[in-house]
Ligand binder design. Structure first.
Ligand SMILES: [Zn+2]
Ligand SMILES: [Zn+2]
Length: 126
């Protein structure tokens, strides 16, 4: 892989990931945050729509299901409790698999990549 291709890939990844990480940065400031370790096998999925869970996840304290951001928003806007057949109050708690420091570091690096500057990693390699 040439340096130009590597740089193009880093820019493409940063374009996709930066908005998600900026959202996650706000998400992990929410009260009652649940911190979970990252599981790669099996891959964690939303218990409603089965999409892969990466960031901005929610845990239902009533039924124990884990939801993606889209399903969480659906529940808030439609006021329907899709995550359980029970008629209880679904208290959704924010979940993260990131540490605050790694989110901040990744955001800084991605912003540098998108600005066209050298990443801190590139500086170390010189
Ligand atoms: Zn979902
Ligand atoms: Zn529930």
């Amino acid at each position: 892989m040439t340096p130009q291709i590597a740089k193009a890939k880093m820019i493409a990844c940063a374009c996709l990931l930066l908005p998600l990480l900026l959202k996650e940065q706000a998400h992990i400031q929410l009260p009652n945050l649940i911190c979970r370790p990252r599981e790669l096998i099996p891959r964690v999925t939303c218990d409603i729509c089965s999409s892969a869970l990466f960031s901005s996840c929610w845990f239902c304290s009533l039924c124990g299901r884990e939801l993606c951001e889209d399903c969480h928003c659906d529940m808030l806007t439609t006021q329907t409790a899709k995550c359980s057949s029970l008629n209880g109050i679904h208290v959704l708690l924010p979940v993260t698999r990131f540490k605050n420091d790694e989110v901040i570091n990744a955001i800084v690096k991605m912003e540098l990549i998108l600005k066209g500057d050298k990443t801190p990693q590139e500086d170390n390699e010189v």
